[in-house]
Design a protein around this ligand. Structure first.
Ligand code: GDP
Ligand code: IMO
Ligand code: MG
Length: 425
């Protein structure tokens, strides 16, 4: 078995889906290990003899599914909202993507119910001005239920009587905590009986299944429950360790780990963002980069590339190589800034601070690099890129000490340049 891991290196939306789609062309299985339908991946693929550029939106299902020979697995570490699972599957099938017999869900995955989504909203209201800015997909409440050992897993669906008893108890608990909110508990129990039957052919013991061939997977470091900007994070392990716990893969079976990083930084929702640009630059990145969420449609916050964040990300995930994405979005800029250190009270701080109060005080030190002022989307090789563009790439890889193997110069599957990965430029 050979496992390649694809991880988001920043705050999400780095373009993981696109790399996963490319790598899945030679993979048997594309598996997700954490998160739920809070994710949003846009894949742009030329389809049919006319090569019509087709957009696919993935949320819960693995984005490798665009490749007809790849099987998608939703691992035990994922939280699954069944109505969304079928909605997404139906939308993909309607676009001509036949997933019959090549999509599976772990029997150990936890379920997200509509009441989790309601509670997600109520928790955000309670936080007032300090809200996390979640996707309101019920992710946090579902993982809380899992950690407090009251969660319901996929296998529970198939013992309907016990499912109903447990379900009522969990909902009662939520009413006690949040006051009575509008929710049709009995109606849900009936609905889940039908959903369970529809789900049955997709359910597998994913541990046994996954140990039978090569696989891939993705997620974002700065949203990790432990290593991200807590509490402005998601509720699962999105760092490399989540691959082992979320799929049941031993660390020694992991072959390559590829980090996906945008050529600048974006973040959706609340929380610290030291290089955020609340000015013309931020607006330029938003507009040229079309930085609007695929899941919630929210405008993504934008700023310069932060190599302090990236160093933290590299230390934890130990990338073998990087995929630098959306480099084309910087085409028109006169000069490009890159954050290289944080200073507090005149001293450089080591690492990325855990304490958000301290983080709010940091002075960001930038290096300014010249722009290339030329369109790069039609470049077909790394060598064909403008000199200043190559200098930007080389600066990043030398600073991080990790080779950049892939470079995204446009949204399409074909707009990905391969750079020699074995040596640093
Ligand atoms: P993910 O969540 O990490 O998979 O990323 P998203 O799909 O949420 O966001 C990335 C967006 O950028 C998508 O709309 C992609 O089609 C697009 N994209 C990916 N790579 C590139 C690139 O190199 N250049 C440009 N212009 N767009 C890209
Ligand atoms: P992909 O896979 C960007 C963010 C939310 C919020 C925080 C917690 O497309 O990169 P949650 O609903 O998970 O409890 O929200 O995490 N977040 C993401 N931001 N891309 C994502 O997924 C995200 N998944 C969660 O915006 O700040
Ligand atoms: Mg996304």
């Amino acid at each position: 078995m050979s496992v390649s891991v694809v991880l988001g290196a920043q705050w999400g939306d780095e373009g993981k889906g696109k790399l996963v789609d490319i790598l899945a062309a030679d993979a048997d299985i594309c598996a997700r290990c954490a998160g739920g339908n809070n994710a949003g991946h846009t894949i742009v693929v030329p389809i049919g003899p006319e090569k019509v550029s087709t957009h696919f939106a993935f949320h819960l299902l693995p984005s490798g599914l665009v490749n007809p020979n790849c099987t998608g697995v939703i691992g035990n570490g994922v939280v699954v909202h069944l109505p969304s699972f079928f909605e997404e599957l139906d939308a993909l099938q309607a676009q001509g993507l036949d997933c019959t017999g090549r999509l599976f869900v772990s029997d150990r995955a936890h379920l997200v119910f509509d009441f989790h989504q309601i509670v997600d909203g109520l928790k955000e209201v309670e936080l007032g001005g300090k809200s996390i800015g979640t996707t309101k997909r019920g992710i946090g409440p579902a993982y809380s239920g899992k950690a407090s050992r009251s969660g319901l897993r996929v296998h529970h669906l198939f013992d309907h009587e016990n499912f109903a008893i447990k379900f009522r108890k969990v909902v009662e608990g939520r009413f006690k905590r949040y006051g009575h909110f509008e929710y049709d508990t009995e109606g849900e129990i009936v609905r889940y009986k039908a959903l369970a039957e529809r789900l049955r052919p997709y359910v597998i013991d994913s541990v046994t299944y996954i140990h039978q061939g090569p696989r891939r997977r993705a997620n974002a470091l700065m949203l990790d429950l432990d290593f991200g900007t807590y509490p402005y994070v998601t509720s699962s392990a999105t760092a490399v360790g989540g691959v082992c716990t979320g799929l049941g893969i031993p660390p020694k079976k992991i072959g390559t780990v590829i980090g996906v990083m945008k050529a600048y930084t974006t973040r959706v929702g609340g929380g610290p963002f030291p290089t955020e640009q609340l000015n013309d630059i931020g607006v330029h990145l938003q507009e040229v980069g079309r930085e609007f969420g695929v899941t919630t449609g929210r405008r993504r916050r934008c700023g310069w590339l932060d190599l302090v964040v990236m160093k933290h990300s590299c230390l934890i995930n130990g990338y073998d190589s990087l995929n630098l994405t959306k480099l084309d979005i910087l085409d028109d800029l006169e000069e490009i800034k890159v954050a290289v250190k944080y200073i507090v009270d005149g001293k450089e701080i080591e690492g990325f601070p855990a304490d958000l109060e301290l983080l709010a005080k940091v002075e960001v030190v930038y290096v300014v690099l010249p722009g290339w002022k030329a369109p790069i989307t039609s470049a077909t090789s790394y060598d064909a890129l403008p000199e200043n563009c190559k200098k930007y790439v080389v600066f990043i890889e030398q600073f991080l000490g990790v080779p950049i193997e892939w470079i995204g110069v446009g949204p399409g599957r074909q707009s990905m340049l391969k750079k020699e990965a074995n040596k640093l430029a």
